[in-house]
Design a protein around this ligand. Structure first.
Ligand code: NOJ
Length: 558
């Protein structure tokens, strides 16, 4: 039986601030815009907001390169409006979570600026500065995940610094106790202000292997990852943050853990004395149409998706808590990937049901709730995301033509999730009065919040209803999980059961008709159906033939 906690019962809405809503008319999303949308967010039946970074940043990686941890980017407002948003959120029963990005800072952060001044500077050891192996030869052969090698040379110091992401994102040396004290102070700063917890960016990278050894095999990309992913020290550092800070607050933490297995996630989130995080964001289910990165594409395979879903549902059950999501600022829109733009409304609701009724805390990303889809741009130069640029560079260096690389970017770029939120069919989709900083998908006259608010059949109202159902029915939160038809490439069918009740979720991932027969012991009845994405839901011989991307949910006594 699961231990009950508020963070298990909540659902979270993620805001990527630059593209959410422009409140001061400069074409950039901001906190005044967020403030004006708090009622809307609460109306989604979520219980919290996770803000992607709001801090001052040169925006080399749109906020994931922080130059001041205790302030708000002037594009987004200031601490006063942040506090107003925080209070306004709390008044509506919404908790607020900040993004904590402490694997690296911006190279414009004063710590880094100081660290460059000399080897004796007290901040020098805040980062990984090392001698090269010779002229033009970095200390080891690690690759940056965002651009070429993971080291940048500084002529004045005759030393190199480590950057696992872009060269504008130098890695912090978490082995230095002073750096850990800084992290704790940052945590206290926000928690004392009333923030309710953190999403911890690439938290499994914060420890580096002793001696920073070169990898034996040089790969085309990401060489050396094993020397900074999930090292035992990560656990020690997180335990220290918990003991010294988090334990003093009623707060919540979710870590981000690329290339994560449930067994490893459990080492951080398993209930008990060793628990250092409440949950872990994993990527396994985001690889059903690609390999490791969204750029290495392959055809969507439902069994891959289901295997990942079921593995996490089963292996975490009763031990640790799942973070559930299908979209965030790092992935293209899910309807364009796993669903169908042609059957946008049907597949948008089906995809929602495929994860919202699983066990875990669901995250919903801005625009997902109205079924926003990818926005293909017409040239590579229009892409703003640094990761897209890096992947395009690698793809070009492997001999792919510009045209092919553009096609890849159109499908795989993170920018697909970063276009402006579509609020109405008005100018710029209601995002801003002025020319927005980035594109608005030209489909906004059709796909926008306003047109869906009062439409009982909209994707938006499906999210609201599904999240309300989750609130009202503990089976969704605490029930156990069984999968049916694991080998089917068309249907994803799972069941939750709890205290004599069952919830059966049937999702078709194809436009083709597929016959579904209820499992033994289950009787499908029209009265038991609580959700669907079509009218007239007949049951014939205890089953039915699916319509394109059909979804049905039945709730009944076991
Ligand atoms: C993960 C974040 O989600 C992503 O947007 C960012 O680029 C990297 N971490 C680096 O901070």
């Amino acid at each position: 039986m699961e231990k009950k906690s508020w963070y298990k019962e909540m659902a979270v809405y993620q805001i990527w601030p630059r593209s959410f809503c422009d409140g001061n008319g400069d074409g950039i999303g901001d906190l005044w815009g967020v403030y004006s949308k708090l009622d809307y967010i609460a109306s989604l039946n979520v219980d919290g907001i996770w803000f992607s970074p709001l801090y001052p940043s040169p925006n080399s990686d749109y906020g994931y390169d922080i130059s001041d941890y205790r302030s708000i980017h002037p594009d987004y407002g200031d601490l006063d409006i942040f506090k107003k948003v925080l209070d306004g959120a709390h008044e509506r029963g919404l908790r607020v979570f900040m993004d904590l990005v402490v694997n690296h800072t911006s190279d414009e952060h004063p710590w880094f600026v100081e660290s460059k001044k000399g080897k004796d500077n007290p901040y020098h050891d805040y980062y990984y500065w090392r001698k090269g192996k010779g002229k033009n030869s970095p200390p080891n052969n690690w690759d940056s995940l965002f651009e070429g090698r993971a080291w940048e040379y500084d002529k004045d110091l005759d030393e190199w610094y480590l950057h696992v992401f872009s060269k504008k994102q130098p890695d912090l040396n978490m082995a230095n106790p002073k750096v850990r004290e800084e992290v704790k102070e940052i945590m206290r700063f926000w928690l004392d202000m009333g923030v309710d917890g953190f999403r911890e960016d690439v938290i499994t990278y914060i420890a580096k292997a002793e001696g920073l050894p070169s990898a034996k095999v040089k790969l085309p990309a990401a060489t050396g990852m094993q020397y900074y992913t999930n090292l035992p020290k990560v656990h020690d550092y997180l335990a220290e943050f918990k003991r010294d800070v988090l334990d003093f607050y009623d707060c919540f933490t979710v870590g981000e853990g690329p290339r994560m297995e449930p067994s490893v996630a459990l080492s951080y989130v398993k209930e008990g004395p060793d628990k250092v995080l409440d949950m872990m964001i994993n990527f396994a289910h985001m690889e059903a149409d690609c390999f490791i990165t969204d750029f290495l594409q392959r055809p969507f395979k439902l069994t891959k998706l289901k295997k990942a879903f079921t593995k996490w549902q089963k292996e975490m059950y009763g031990k640790g808590w799942n973070a559930l999501y299908l979209e965030n600022h790092d992935h293209p829109r899910v309807i364009s990937r796993y669903g169908s733009e042609k059957y946008r409304v049907e597949s948008g609701k089906m995809l929602a049901a495929s994860y919202l009724f699983q066990q875990g805390t669901p995250f919903v990303y801005q625009g997902q709730e109205i079924g926003m889809i990818n926005t293909p741009l017409s040239s590579l130069d229009e892409y703003k995301d640094i990761m897209t640029k890096n992947n395009a560079r690698i793809a070009r260096s492997l001999g792919l033509s510009k045209k092919t690389v553009l096609k890849l970017a159109q499908k795989a770029s993170r920018d697909n999730a970063r276009t402006c939120m579509q609020w109405s069919d008005g100018k710029n989709g209601g995002f801003s009065e002025t020319q927005p900083w980035f594109v608005v998908n030209p489909n906004y006259p059709e796909i926008n919040v306003e047109s869906q608010l009062d439409d009982p059949k909209s994707i938006l109202n499906f999210y609201r209803d599904a999240l309300q159902f989750r609130r009202d029915n503990p089976i969704v939160i605490y029930g156990d999980y069984t999968e049916y038809l694991p080998k089917s490439e068309q249907l994803y069918v799972y069941e939750r059961s709890y205290k004599g009740k069952k919830l059966l979720v049937i999702c078709s991932f194809t436009e083709k008709p597929v016959r579904f027969d209820a499992p033994d012991g289950v009787t499908l009845s029209e009265q038991a159906q609580v959700f669907g994405n079509y009218d007239a839901n007949f049951v014939i011989s205890n089953g039915f033939t699916t319509r394109p991307y059909e979804m049905r949910v039945y709730y009944f006594d076991a």
